[in-house]
Design a binder for this molecule. Sequence first.
Ligand code: 5RP
Length: 263
Amino acid sequence: MDWGIQNRLSRIIKPDTGRTVMLAVDHGYFLGPTHRLEKVYATVEPLMGYADALMLTRGILRSSIPAKSSVPIVLRVSGGSSIIGEDLSNETIMTSMEDAVRLNVSAVALSIFVGSDYEAQTLENLAILVDMAQEYSIPVLAVTAVGKELEKRDSRFLALSCRIAAEFGASLVKTYYCDEFEKVVESCPVPVVIAGGPKLETELDAFKMAHDAIQMGAVGVDMGRNIWQNDHPVGMIKGVRAVVHENASPEEAYEIFASYKVS
Ligand code: 5RP
């Protein structure tokens, strides 16, 4: 792997633990003003010190994140559909690599929609993005299965999607936790992180999901709503960090969270 790609990846996946806690705040790219992300910086500012990377679009980066901040950026570059449109999978590449370089990003991110009407288009997007990004040694994060695809949250579908993403040259893959998650990780030759998905019923459920994913081989999380839609987001991200970087149990993570709840 090229030195530049390795170096950028090591900003995101921390070399001392080999793991990462990425904070995803890119939801507006198809959901618009998502609950608790209406004013992005108000939500993100208290969490920045605990995030190993921030995943977002260039519009939110330029408008809402201070340029002096040192958190590594994973730039969402795919899009073109919305929650009220016909098909969420009808995405293209929306940001040039030159602009990603100007923004000094550590990686670029794009969704693929395996099994959808736009499967071929989104896989071609990935192939084109990998070619563009290789020119500048920027890693590509492929995001598998979003929106309606979440109905297919099973290991056969997610292993298929993750493996295809790796085959097309993604340096890192983001997917969803599922039963037999180890099968997804084992057959994917590049590191895997999990999204959190919609806010779970309890904090313990979120810590348990992160814990199980890590124990089954994920290198971390790229989590959004289960952190910043919580009334105590700092407690949540600190609990998740303990699970990811210190192998804490879900219960230990909950104790960390609970200490923020009372303060
Ligand atoms: C959507 C994304 C989001 O970043 C992803 O879903 C992570 O956020 P959450 O934990 O809220 O699901 O990539 O395509």
